[in-house]
Design a protein. Structure first.
Length: 381
């Protein structure tokens, strides 16, 4: 016998979130789908540091100071921690509007703008918002069906609106926004210091190894190690131009409390010369707000539970009872089971007469049992 049993399957909210993001560790890690360049970043950092710690650090610790590998290890761990924190966190994605909310917003827009004649372009969906006596325009996102908060923008790669959107960085494999910008800045700052550090001591190592190789003071140094050091120097040299320059650019933005998106669009340096309403006019205050201010919690609730019921059929063995298609035996007056002669002979069963259809002498009152007549008793004898 087949029985439908309802089971509840636990579904997390991150499994139903729209957008082009990938999630790992049951929604705890959130990244963009395009992660190829992020793996290249890990390879370059881990490979360069591994060569430095394996070869140059041992020599420099003996010749100069044991503090050299210790300080390099501290920079390396800090850079890796901030990189992973930037790549694996929610940058500040704003949830999309629910169908009811989207319908309500559409009704508000139609009530405000009125009906637009056919063939005419509808007016832009913009709301004015005042911040520090400065008018800021809130734009409507046709994908997320919301009016974006100030400084938010829609990322075309991740297909999400991000609060205080700075830019999408393929090197970290994630968007950079309100919730991970400080970690991104600390990552590029620590990576710049680590690159300069390794580049400097590689040059020192090459200079010392040439002198000691010529004098025979350090026989453990070989030409193969020198070639690996030259390779590290070249990697660090080309990395310096990009990483150090990027760090300087973001230091300038932090001092002005400005984002990369606003700088590219010229939001506060255009023809109108609109003053930045988010700047405090003080470099220290701006740096404290961007790098030391309270970190807002994520509004996605990625690990929230959604329960869905699924019906599954199971076969259960149970004793077979009387079927509706089989004749049931009715107890007779003597307590024995009797069957109609019509069913036994295979004929058509004769319908029984109701109390109203019986003749008057055969009609029974309610609760009265039929009594066999004397003629019937004589016939039996």
């Amino acid at each position: 016998m087949s029985v439908m049993v309802a089971r509840k399957k636990v579904v997390r909210k991150w499994e139903k979130l729209p957008g082009r993001n990938t999630f790992c560790c049951d929604g705890r890690i959130m990244m963009a789908r395009q992660k190829g360049i992020f793996y290249l970043t890990l390879f370059l950092i881990l490979g360069t540091c591994a060569l430095f710690f394996a070869f140059e650090c041992r020599y420099l610790a003996v010749q100069l100071s044991p503090a050299i590998p210790v300080f390099a290890a501290v920079l390396f761990l800090f850079a890796m921690a901030t990189l992973l924190r930037t790549s694996f966190s929610d940058p500040g994605v704003i949830p999309r509007a629910l169908p009811d909310e989207a319908a309500f917003i559409e009704m508000e827009i139609e009530a405000t703008n009125g009906t637009v004649p056919q063939g005419q372009r509808p007016p832009p969906r913009i709301k004015n918002f005042q911040i520090n006596n400065q008018i800021v325009k809130l734009k409507y996102c046709y994908t997320c069906k919301i009016f974006r908060p100030p400084r938010a923008s829609h990322c075309s790669i991740c297909d999400n609106c991000v609060e205080r959107f700075d830019h999408h960085c393929p090197w970290v494999g994630n968007c950079v926004g309100k919730r991970n910008y400080r970690y991104f800045y600390l990552f590029i700052l620590s990576l710049s210091l680590l690159t300069i550090y390794i580049f400097t001591f590689n040059i020192v190592y090459v200079a010392l190894s040439d002198d000691t190789a010529g004098l025979g003071l350090f026989p453990g140094c070989s030409r193969s190690l020198t070639l690996l050091t030259v390779l590290e120097v070249l990697i660090c040299f080309f990395t310096l131009w990009s990483v150090v320059g990027l760090t300087g650019f973001h230091t300038f933005l932090v001092a002005l409390n400005q984002t990369t998106n606003e700088d590219i669009k010229g939001s506060w340096t255009g023809k109108n010369r609109v003053q930045n309403p988010y700047s405090h006019g003080n470099i220290v205050k701006n740096c404290c707000e961007v790098l030391c201010g309270p970190l807002p919690p994520s509004v996605l609730d990625r690990r929230g539970i959604l329960q869905q019921e699924e019906g599954t059929a199971q076969e259960e063995s149970c004793p077979r009872g009387p079927s509706a298609h089989e004749p049931t035996a009715a107890p007779g007056p003597g307590g024995l089971a009797e069957e109609s002669s019509a069913q036994q002979d295979g004929g058509v069963p004769v319908p029984s007469l109701s109390n109203a259809e019986m003749p008057e002498e055969k009609q029974l009152t309610s609760g009265e049992l039929p009594v066999p007549s004397q003629d019937a008793g004589r016939a039996e004898h």
